[in-house]
Design a protein around this ligand. Structure first.
Ligand SMILES: Cc1cc2nc3c(=O)[nH]c(=O)nc-3n(C[C@H](O)[C@H](O)[C@H](O)COP(=O)(O)OP(=O)(O)OC[C@H]3O[C@@H](n4cnc5c(N)ncnc54)[C@H](O)[C@@H]3O)c2cc1C
Length: 484
């Protein structure tokens, strides 16, 4: 299909692929991102807890620990640069018993060894002063002031939009299904389509093992899909907790949390259950009961009648327990990033830097561009109407009256925001792409009021019929025809 040979091809536009594209776009390189889904963040990056973990949880000396502590400090400046919502809200791991206290102390020691700053164990008085709604049975907590929250898919969009603005090319619905090596070049096929590249980075998340298999290599561990289910509460519950609240972890992992989100909601979850299919993002009644019970134990007054949506994400849990970021044994110019379970989001900028070091070692020459653009687009970071000051709103409306037309009342999304999302460097052309970029349909009514209007605006802007507008993928139709 294309004769061009790219310098680097990144397989997968989750947060790891996005961060790789973001950093590589600073250099004089031809970079392509090949994504199986219709959009950036089509996999695990779309559905997770969104916590920028401080780094006390990963085993000392592990790659996970090193990249988590480093990466978590890198997220905030990137978020600032690209206008992504981020809050350093801090986290509290609460304990109820002497046994829990012992465990918290182990986490404290481990965290300090990992290099996490500001960690301390606090008593029940301080805990309840900080979080009055946490169970009165909680006696201790490990406080990590450096932990934060971010919008994971917006971080991925922002980094990809910036990369695209700086010349990185994106290919969507490009599911790599065959790889050949011809001379110094990797031939990456998706059916009949072909992209050639000198270097490849495998950031395919849950499917990283399947990409490795395409070069006849098996990773030295298995990827186990472990699903985590969630409930998202209405903004009316904002303030029920101000920090991310965890229970003392068990062998199943970090356990259920209750946390604010950067958009003003409260998130509750996840559980952790092995599933047969990597694509199983179904939500079960048992799962919801499990997380409801977990949340009520930590925050007894939490109002779970205010759930506005439920969802699930699937972790790519490696049987080895650590991130695996290494050059292929056969091909040094083919780098694998695999087993990136939590805290993969928090670690992602550091993972990308680590990958770029491996590419350098394999011979990739990095020369900085003279004209690097720091923002998402040439015109800045595309602030949403909701985030604008009154003065900025007035100016936006004067510039474009579409900003005076409110489309999503729950989240205050204007027609101007939607038109902007449709025309951004990586354009939104489905209702869900608009939703994740603008929040239209993410509020209390979950799109009941605005979905049809959003579909009409997409149809008008792209000059297609409204029946052709899809919800999330090429075959997810919303309307099938007119009745009158
Ligand atoms: C329940 C849960 C909670 C979590 N909570 C947190 C948290 O609070 N904090 C944190 O730091 N981390 C958390 N994580 C982990 C974090 O979400 C992941 O580590 C991170 O999103 C992994 O990113 P990735 O880019 O490696 O994978 P993905 O986001 O899965 O991206 C891989 C991409 O590759 C694409 N792809 C796959 N196969 C192909 C192919 N053949 N060709 C082309 N493209 C392909 C996919 O479509 C996908 O878009 C959580 C994960 C889960 C599931």
């Amino acid at each position: 299909m294309k004769n061009k040979v790219y310098d680097v091809a990144i397989i997968g536009a989750g947060i790891v692929g996005a961060m790789c594209a973001f950093y590589l776009s600073k250099y004089k390189l031809n970079v392509a991102v090949l994504e199986a889904g219709i959009d950036v963040a089509s996999g695990t990056t779309r559905a997770n807890s969104a916590i920028v973990h401080a780094g006390y949880d990963a085993a000392e000396g592990s790659l996970k620990a090193k990249l988590n502590v480093k990466g978590s400090l890198m997220v905030e400046p990137i978020a600032k640069q690209l206008g992504v919502h981020y809050q350093r809200c801090g986290s509290l791991v609460i304990g109820y018993s002497e046994n829990d206290l012992e465990h918290l102390n182990r986490l404290l020691v481990r965290g300090k060894k990992n290099g996490v700053k500001g960690l301390e164990i606090i008593d029940e008085n301080r805990l309840h002063e900080m979080e009055p709604n946490v169970s009165k049975n909680a006696k201790y907590a490990l406080y990590a002031p450096s932990a934060g929250i971010v919008c994971p898919y917006d971080l991925a969009y922002a980094t990809c939009e910036n990369a695209c603005t700086n010349g990185v090319e994106f290919f969507f619905e490009y599911k790599v299904d065959k790889i050949e090596k011809k001379g110094q070049t990797f031939m990456l096929y998706a059916g009949e389509r072909l992209i050639s590249s000198k270097y490849v980075v495998n950031c395919a998340g849950l499917y990283a093992d399947e990409i490795a298999a395409l070069i006849f290599e098996s990773l030295p561990f298995k990827i186990i899909p472990r699903r985590g289910e969630y409930m998202l509460l209405d903004k009316s519950e904002a303030g029920v907790v101000k920090h991310t609240i965890f229970v003392t972890p068990s062998e199943k992992g970090k356990g259920i949390l209750v946390s604010p989100t950067v958009d003003g909601n409260i998130i509750v979850g996840p559980n952790a259950n092995v599933v047969e299919s990597k694509a199983d993002t179904g939500v079960t009644i048992e799962g919801l009961q499990e997380i409801a019970q977990g949340a009520r134990t930590m925050v007894p007054e939490i109002n779970l009648d205010s759930v506005i949506t439920t969802f699930a994400g699937v972790r790519s849990t490696p049987t080895s327990g650590d991130f695996y970021i290494q050059a292929s044994k056969k091909y040094p110019k083919f780098i694998h990033s695999a087993g990136i379970e939590s805290p993969g989001l928090a670690s992602s900028p550091a993972i990308a830097e680590y990958i770029i070091e491996l590419l350098k070692k394999a011979g990739l020459k990095l020369k900085e561009k003279d004209s690097y653009i720091k923002t998402r687009t040439k015109n800045g970071n595309c602030k949403l109407f909701y985030d604008m000051t009154e003065e900025e709103r007035k100016k936006a409306i004067q510039r474009d009256p579409a900003y005076a037309k409110m489309v999503c009342r729950c989240e205050m999304v204007t027609e101007g925001d939607i038109i902007n999302a449709i025309n951004r460097p990586i354009p939104a052309h489905t209702v869900d792409m608009v939703k994740r970029r603008t929040r239209a349909g993410m509020g209390r009514c979950q799109g009941g009021y605005c979905r049809a209007r959003v579909a009409e605006i997409i149809a008008r802007e792209l000059n297609i019929s409204v029946e052709e507008v899809k919800k999330f993928s090429s075959n997810s139709h919303i309307l099938c025809g007119r009745t009158k």
